[in-house]
Design a protein around this ligand. Structure first.
Ligand code: SF4
Length: 368
């Protein structure tokens, strides 16, 4: 087996991760683009087989936890029927983030069709099933949100017909016609895979020293980055809401399904953008979703922590809930049960790492 995949333990539907609360599966949702009915269906699958919540990740993917081990065949069939497993061979490499508001508000181009084409073209190339499960494509509509965060290969629109293909970061790339974006991205993915085959523990372009700068035509570029946080509230008729602690509960998923028929975008900042649902913000907020950027809930995040993760001695979510409900504004804060800092936001934030049991007032004191 090639070096890049030897220790690749990224979970998928067909390759669950085992935690203290049972099996965990990760479902890729390219560009975060789904629908309210698909989300509702997946929520019911989570309630039938697992903990009931849908966990949003920083790559706009979804995780289901608390599943039986081994994961039942009925569960996999249900996920497939709900449309979340279109490719068994490529399920763990469909890692594509995209500007969540593209085609809804702002941006230079609507990159939603590009995301769909990249996903299907990626899945059609057998050897790209061997990319690392952490390898990430980003498709940026020109506003600089997803190309301002970490990625491996990105396309960033410059105008409707052109864009930068970026290599490993936003400072090295080549200008290409939009029509060539997908073939160029896939060709580079093939080149990366070939160049990294014999290397151990190479997950990302940045792990392969000198590779990006050796790509023919690559040159230094200056593309300004923007915050990766999607604004909250009513935006061009859409409802943009934060999901507290990144856990979409059954009641919240039901509210989305009831009040918003049609597309839903999962955001890398653990929220949902729901086109044409701005009028239903009160009902979404009543279900526990957050539309107020000043809410402490939109500033606090936590890894899964105890009792679900063996590496944590603290219930990170209990601490996060205590902070969020204390009533005063918070700086952007992420609470982790160990130094791995799973799920930490990509932007500026304060890290609270508690590898040992720690009294809540002391931890809270580190924030205020
Ligand atoms: S940061 Fe550590 S304690 Fe938290 S989920 Fe990751 S491995 Fe577990």
């Amino acid at each position: 087996m090639a070096g890049v995949t030897r220790t690749d333990r990224c979970p998928g539907v067909l390759r669950p991760h085992l935690a203290l609360d049972g099996a965990v599966v990760r479902i890729r949702v390219p560009g975060g683009q789904t629908t309210s009915s698909a989300l509702g269906r997946l929520s019911r699958i989570a309630q039938r087989f697992g903990s009931g919540d849908l966990q949003l990740t920083s790559r706009a993917s979804l995780q289901l936890r608390g599943l039986p081990n081994p994961v039942p065949a009925d569960f996999i069939a249900a996920v497939r029927e709900a449309g979340f497993l279109p490719s068994e061979s490529h399920e763990r490499v469909r890692n594509i983030v995209a500007s969540p508001l593209t085609g809804i508000s702002g941006g230079i181009a609507d990159v939603r069709p590009l995301v769909a084409t990249l996903d299907s073209a990626l899945c059609a190339q057998p050897s790209l099933a061997g990319l690392p499960g952490r390898f990430l494509f980003a498709v940026d509509d020109g506003r600089g949100d997803v190309s301002g965060a970490q990625f491996d290969l990105a396309y960033r629109s410059v105008d409707h017909d052109h864009g930068w293909v970026l290599l490993g970061n936003a400072r090295l790339g080549k200008l290409v016609p939009a029509a060539d974006a997908i073939p160029v991205l896939l060709d580079l993915a093939h080149q990366f895979r070939a160049a990294s085959r014999e290397s151990r523990d190479v997950w990302h372009v940045r792990d392969l020293a000198g590779w990006a700068s050796s790509v023919p035509g690559a040159r230094a570029v200056e593309v300004p980055a923007a915050t990766a946080d999607t604004p909250l509230g009513a935006i061009a008729g859409a409802a943009s809401v934060h999901v507290p602690l990144a856990l979409l509960t059954p009641a919240q998923a039901a509210a989305v399904e009831t009040h918003a028929a049609g597309p839903v975008v999962i955001t890398p900042s653990r929220g949902l953008v729901i086109p044409n649902a701005a009028d239903h913000l009160p009902e979404l907020v009543a279900a526990g979703l957050v539309d107020d950027p000043a809410s402490p809930w939109s500033a606090i995040s936590a890894c899964v922590g105890a009792p679900h993760c063996a590496k944590s001695l603290i219930s990170t979510r209990t601490y996060a809930t205590a902070l969020a409900t204390a009533g005063s504004p918070l700086p952007r804060t992420h609470i982790s049960g160990c130094e791995r800092r799973c799920g930490a936001p990509s932007g500026d934030h304060r890290d609270l790492v508690a590898p040992r049991q720690v009294e809540l007032p002391r931890l809270v004191g580190q924030v205020r």
